[in-house]
Design a protein around this ligand. Structure first.
Ligand code: HEM
Ligand code: HEM
Length: 180
């Protein structure tokens, strides 16, 4: 089956997401699970809140482009494996959305974006803030699992000689690529 390649914009947004999300997940879990000096905890919190808030519009653009892309591909001739991959990709987008929204809602102070501008604290109710913290942490765990699954699937494809990595690579400029 012939599937259109991802656009340059989609590729840039994918790899930008990889950098921001992997950094936020690894550094966030690291400072919460290990005994690190308070100054480092505060620095990670400052950088991560700023970075992930800035990432929000890029994520919105990414989801918008993805839906447009899959609508243009259509549902015809989609194999079971492709449907499963699409389901996991949609789930990843959904969980990232939950992580971003609960991250904003759990703030017990104004959101500082590198001290350049501030967004007011959205919630006052401590119960709702505590609920957002719980959902944020569980959604982060689920996201880490889904990313592990996604990367495993990519490696499995590479090993079996059906490269999908090329589709997200900047080396491939062809709009249409034969996959199967
Ligand atoms: C894709 C985006 C995000 C990822 C992957 C992410 C990841 C994480 C992780 C792994 C933790 C540690 C959880 C734990 O305590 O075990 C955390 C904590 C936290 N996150 Fe997020 N987060 C994201 C977005 C946001 C956003 C948008 C905000 C707020 C604007 C935010 C605010 C916080 C805060 C306040 C904490 C508590 C610890 C701290 O102050 O660093 N997060 N996040
Ligand atoms: C934070 C980590 C990651 C996230 C959140 C993520 C998310 C996604 C999503 C949602 C898609 C579907 C794109 C769409 O159709 O709109 C995708 C595609 C893809 N990703 Fe990732 N990804 C991550 C890390 C990686 C890594 C580390 C690799 C390489 C080992 C990778 C390789 C690919 C490839 C090759 C595709 C295209 C698959 C295909 O169309 O068949 N991703 N990724």
């Amino acid at each position: 089956m012939r599937r259109p390649g991802y656009s340059g914009q989609q590729k840039i947004l994918h790899w930008l997401s990889v950098i921001v999300i992997l950094w936020a997940l690894i550094s966030g879990f690291y400072v919460s699970l290990f005994d690190v000096p308070l100054a480092i905890k505060e620095w990670v919190a400052f950088v991560n809140v700023s970075l992930t808030t800035l990432y929000l519009p890029f994520f919105a653009l990414r989801v918008y482009l993805s839906f447009g892309y899959h609508r243009s591909v259509g549902v015809h001739n989609r194999s079971l494996a492709e449907s499963l991959a699409l389901f996991v990709h949609r789930l990843i987008y959904l969980v990232i959305g939950v992580v971003l929204v609960t991250g904003i809602l759990m703030m017990d102070r104004a959101i500082s974006v590198f001290d350049l501008f501030f967004i007011p604290q959205p919630l006052d109710n401590p119960d709702f803030i505590a609920l957002s913290v719980t959902v944020h942490v569980w959604a982060c765990l689920l996201l880490a699992l889904l990313i592990a699954l996604h990367v495993t699937a990519v490696i499995k494809h590479e090993v079996s000689g059906r490269s999908v990595l090329e589709r997200m690579s900047f080396r491939v400029s062809a709009d249409w690529k034969k996959n199967d």
